[in-house]
Design a protein around this ligand. Structure first.
Ligand SMILES: Cc1ncc(COP(=O)(O)O)c(C=O)c1O
Length: 347
């Protein structure tokens, strides 16, 4: 990151313009990972601890939900409606945000991940959704999800309650503002600690996290490469288009045309057999982060991203970075550990 004047105050003032309900524990810690750096054979690895954002075990959705719930309340909504997979972290955090804000929460979960063990259907996020008091509807496919959502909207309308619908993953131009804020935090913390950040690596599914970070660094004028590792979408062209559209939308809502538009970079080769299906490299990365740094990743998102980062380091992809650090964004997902027990336990 070049030591130049960055638009930190401008970003802070711009974000103030948007409705926001504050429940995140911010700033999240920014920590070095010397033992993982050594285990993987360098570059210098740091971690941005967005697993510590608070809101029912933390994770990347807390930042997005601050802006989404802010918008819902500003519109006078009384109920949040959202969508996800059976073990979605996003819906668990949406249920927690609704509980904290005194809103109703109705969730439509599509049970389509090709992974099964007894805990997958009952533990992890499924258990927490129930504890958090959400009204959960489990369906088999997207068509059924659309028809259940219509029925829920009709019920809420009949009861006279306004509904705020949050897309899968909380990824739209509103939710992604949370990651503009995170880009600002990374810039401020790395300057404070004297760390030159070359790249930020993150898991990507609905793409709001990468879009917000990319828009945020570009708006700040910070020369940081954001590297997204696709853990979700087998249609790679669609994934790239989603990221481009969201990033453009976020920059438009900030009202900025950066001098250097963000270079959007997604890697797809670490998706493996598909969304929600861990492989040996993922299990190894989860165990390695736990044993080296006491860091709990998850088998669907952060663990798969860490496995990808490790593979890239081992292939020598960061060799030309000099002393620049790689920051791994820990996006959370901890409850997933309990839903994937059989996949993770050492035999
Ligand atoms: C733990 C975790 N990490 C990463 C992601 C990906 O974030 P995004 O959907 O913004 O791409 C998600 C999204 O569901 C998640 O739950």
């Amino acid at each position: 990151m070049a030591p130049k004047e960055l638009a930190i105050d401008w970003i802070e003032q711009t974000l103030e313009r948007f409705p926001r309900t504050r429940f995140a524990h911010l700033p999240t810690p920014f920590e070095s990972m010397p033992r993982l750096t050594e285990a993987f054979g360098g570059p210098a690895l740091w971690v941005k601890r967005d697993d510590c954002t608070g809101l029912a075990v933390g994770g990347n959705k807390t930042r997005k939900l601050e802006f989404l719930v802010g918008a819902a309340i500003a519109e006078g909504a009384e109920t949040l409606l959202s969508f996800g997979a059976l073990q979605s972290n996003h819906v668990r955090q949406t249920a927690a945000a609704a509980a904290k804000a005194g809103l109703g929460c109705r969730l439509v979960l599509v049970d389509k991940v090709q992974y099964r063990e007894p805990a997958y259907e009952t533990s992890g996020n499924v258990l927490l959704d129930d504890l958090l008091g959400a009204d959960v509807h489990i369906v088999k496919n997207d068509a059924e999800a659309a028809s259940v959502a219509r029925k829920l909207l009709d019920e809420e309308a009949a009861a006279g309650r306004g509904v705020y619908a949050i897309p899968t993953g909380g990824s739209n131009a509103v939710g992604a503002l949370g990651y503009v804020d995170c880009a600002k935090e990374i810039v401020a913390q790395s300057r404070e600690r004297g760390v030159a950040v070359g790249s930020v690596v993150t898991a990507v599914s609905s793409a709001g996290t990468q879009a917000g970070l990319s828009a945020g660094f570009a708006a700040l004028g910070a020369d940081v490469r954001v590297l997204g590792l696709n853990v979700y979408n087998a249609d790679f062209a669609d994934q790239e288009q989603t990221l481009r559209r969201l990033t453009t939308d976020v920059l438009a809502s900030l009202g900025v045309e950066p001098a250097n538009p963000p270079h959007l970079e997604i890697r797809h080769e670490f998706l493996g057999e598909g969304y929600g299906i861990p492989n040996a490299g993922v299990v190894d990365a989860v165990r390695c982060a736990a044993e080296c740094e006491g860091l709990l990743l998850d088998p669907v998102y952060s663990g798969k991203a860490m496995a990808g980062l490790r593979a890239m380091i081992e292939a020598g992809e960061f060799r030309d970075m000099g002393a620049d650090a790689v920051v791994f964004l820990h996006t959370g997902g901890t409850p997933g550990l309990f839903a994937y027990r059989d996949a993770l336990v050492a035999s």
